[in-house]
Design a protein around this ligand. Sequence first.
Ligand SMILES: NC(=O)c1ccc[n+]([C@@H]2O[C@H](COP(=O)([O-])OP(=O)(O)OC[C@H]3O[C@@H](n4cnc5c(N)ncnc54)[C@H](OP(=O)(O)O)[C@@H]3O)[C@@H](O)[C@H]2O)c1
Length: 298
Amino acid sequence: MKVLLTGSSGQLGHALQKFVPPNIELITCTRAQCDLANSNACIEIVRNHRPAWVINSGAYTAVDQAEIEPEIAFAVNAEAPAAFVEALSEYGGRLLQISTDFVFDGNQGIPYKIDQLVNPLSVYGSSKAAGEKAALKFEGARVLRTSWVYGPVGKNFCKTMLRLHADRASAGHVLKVVADQIGSPTSTFTLAEACWRVIMLEKELVNRRLFHWSDAGVASWYDFAFAIGELAVQNGLIQRAADLKPISTPDYPTPAQRPSYSLLDCSSTSKLLRLDQRFWRTSLAKVLHQLRADLSSS
Ligand SMILES: NC(=O)c1ccc[n+]([C@@H]2O[C@H](COP(=O)([O-])OP(=O)(O)OC[C@H]3O[C@@H](n4cnc5c(N)ncnc54)[C@H](OP(=O)(O)O)[C@@H]3O)[C@@H](O)[C@H]2O)c1
């Protein structure tokens, strides 16, 4: 089965390639091969390859920058999936659109279910919500929302914290981290597995269009940063973790507003995909182990 992957240079894109099932012919697609901001290019690449599935893992993910360039964010995050739908519907291809917890406003204290109304707080969240809407107009599209993604490749909170732990610890400075935003860190390893399951179990999942997937458990950014330091010292990635100081969101102002609570209820997806969620600390240990192995082999 032929699958076209966008965003192949991104963190999820790398993991989707690493864990590709044996019966899949994967066609990777970088920005140079298809600019997602160009709808015609999106249509053309699908018409050229006629894949059974497009996994649209590519996205405009610069959450703060999106506030000052909303046109590009919407072109990439909303118009590209609409273009894929247009081309895929010509011959019955399928789309797996990756989306985000940032489509929700975070104003509730229990995990978001798949059928809850979206209410994004930021341009990025709005553009991703528009992408979901465009995708879901097409019966052959599936949308998988996830949260707080990190992995051994690419830019993410975990790798930034590793660097900051090392820098601050050696300078004897504290590291301040936001402690009042709550979510579920999700490793690209477990996320890629869930994405492939949606595709491989396509025939069983005909009536299910929306999925939530994250690692299990709850963390604040502060909790996550603490665990990163602790586990990185244990496996020798850094010598010493910095002292952490919890701060509140107003102490770390950002251009884009983020949901303060963004847990996704993954229970129905877990059952349908026959996939147990893995505790986020266990996933973190595996990612750090991979980083350590990559470092040793380089
Ligand atoms: N990161 C998170 O915390 C998070 C949380 C929830 C959901 N998600 C969603 O998960 C998916 C994967 O995210 P990620 O973290 O893997 O993203 P990422 O590491 O930031 O990678 C984004 C990918 O999109 C590509 N891209 C961006 N603009 C493009 C354009 N105009 N044309 C072609 N390609 C373009 C990038 O290519 P270049 O290398 O050329 O820039 C890169 O390959 C996205 O849909 C994202 O919205 C992410």
